[in-house]
Ligand binder design. Structure first.
Ligand code: NI
Ligand code: MN
Length: 227
């Protein structure tokens, strides 16, 4: 069965599989690249990688109007409960869980995670989604780390990797990450949203396609892709 992926820019993806809808890091309000409004988002699950405003984003509003379950670390779940969010599934680094739509594992990301009001937001993370035999690694915000090799051992069909630099890996380290993860495919993310993460993704995509066995695809915000 196909997996349909829509990139709303930055780290925000809508993943549709077998009738289920999942959104990640829904930073829409205040995101100049976003092509949707929070009120237009329909989802059953919201995955939040860390507490920064460009990832937590519109989680509260979307959870309110959809009734979606938020999956994040316990600190973020507790903080969201105080904001009125009702449905949660807390997870911690290294843990996996079989959701009705598939399995998700919370994996390491080297970054930080304070919440917008300065509250402690626990550890940042990435996610590996296993949907009907296909594995998607969403690195979220992270620097390059050698243990990406271990994530790659899970046979990654698709990786979402930041290339923006400054706050995360830049293009050179994201290229090295591909050599560690060896995904079948990659989509570059987390660039051009802010002035300090301006990148031209085209040369990076071309270099990946020319020099590695990984197929890189350049999406524009709002584009969909079928895996
Ligand atoms: Ni961040
Ligand atoms: Mn970020």
């Amino acid at each position: 069965m196909n997996i349909n992926i829509t990139w709303y820019s930055h780290a925000c993806f809508l993943i549709e599989y077998n009738g289920s809808k999942i959104i990640t890091d829904p930073f829409i309000t205040g995101n100049k690249l976003a092509t949707v409004k929070p009120s237009e988002i329909d989802t059953e699950y919201i995955f939040v990688s860390h507490g920064h405003a460009d990832h937590l984003g519109d989680t509260v509003e979307i959870a309110e109007h959809t009734g979606a379950t938020v999956i994040a670390n316990p600190e973020i779940c507790n903080w969201l409960a105080d904001k009125g969010v009702k449905n949660f599934h807390p997870m911690q680094l290294g843990g996996g869980y079989n959701f009705p739509f598939g399995r998700v594992k919370m994996v390491i990301a080297h970054h930080s995670s304070p919440l917008p009001d300065g509250s402690y937001g626990g550890n940042p993370c990435g996610f590996v989604f296993s949907l009907g035999g296909k594995n998607i690694y969403h690195a979220c915000d992270t620097g390059l780390f050698y243990d990406m090799k271990l994530i790659g051992e899970e046979s990654i069909d698709m990786a979402f990797l930041p290339i923006g630099d400054n706050f995360t890996m830049g293009p050179d380290d994201a290229f090295k990450a591909i050599k560690l993860i060896k995904p079948d495919e990659v989509i570059p993310i987390h660039y051009n949203t802010f002035d300090v993460i301006i990148q031209d993704p085209k040369p990076w995509v071309d270099e990946v396609n020319r020099k590695t066995d990984t197929k890189a695809t350049l999406l524009q915000p709002g584009d969909s892709y079928t895996l």
